[in-house]
Design a protein around this ligand. Structure first.
Ligand code: SF4
Ligand code: SF4
Length: 191
């Protein structure tokens, strides 16, 4: 199958709005995501995110988002009280939809973008609980725009994490979660 045909077929996958992706995984977030969520929810960062261990979070061990904290490496993700994303409403809708994290916008697609911002390679992340079905699908231009933003924000966040992790090697005692949020400019912000 030609790659453009394959891409078109993948993009016809339409979300069933079952909300399983707001229940099953932990959603990893960047400081840019958290800042948007703070504005949308008026919650402080510490009420939005949690630092998850590798035992709790299915996040690849070599990803650059692992933060050096007392107790070991942790990755920043949305809180899940009672096993559901804190922003998932009782009706199964996202209460911060317009400000949802980039990963929530691009899921379940894995996308590369070309230098001109158009869509490059597209694949579908296969999770047995995600039940997209053939339909009208997603707007390729919108998906490309979200993916570019996601890549840029991930890169900027990962650079900050790398800097923090380097600093911790020479810091005694090492910085804690609150210090890390302060380092990101997120602690104590009331927006
Ligand atoms: S922020 Fe919204 S879309 Fe993302 S996991 Fe939470 S409820 Fe789902
Ligand atoms: S992306 Fe998949 S898991 Fe998430 S709401 Fe749509 S169909 Fe359900």
């Amino acid at each position: 199958m030609a790659s453009s045909e394959r891409t078109a077929r993948i993009l016809r996958n339409t979300c069933a709005r079952c909300a399983q992706c707001c229940i099953e995984p932990v959603a990893p977030v960047t400081d840019a995501d958290v800042r948007r969520l703070m504005r949308a929810s008026s919650l402080p960062a510490a009420r939005i995110i949690r630092f998850w261990s590798s035992a709790e979070f299915d996040y690849e061990p070599d990803r650059p988002g692992w933060v050096r904290l007392p107790g070991g490496r942790r990755a920043m993700g949305l809180r899940k009280p009672r096993g559901r994303c804190l922003f998932l409403g009782p009706d199964g809708g996202c209460r911060v939809y317009e400000s949802r994290p980039m990963t929530c916008r691009t899921f379940p697609f894995e996308v590369t973008t070309r230098p001109d911002g158009s869509l490059g390679k597209v694949s579908r992340i296969r999770m047995n609980w995600c039940r997209t079905r053939p339909g009208t699908g997603v707007d390729p231009a919108q998906l490309a725009a979200w993916s570019s933003t996601e890549d840029a924000e991930d890169e900027a966040y990962h650079r900050r994490v790398e800097r923090w992790n380097r600093m911790q090697r020479d810091t005694h005692p090492p910085g804690n979660r609150e210090d890390f949020l302060r380092f990101l400019g997120l602690a104590g912000e009331s927006v």
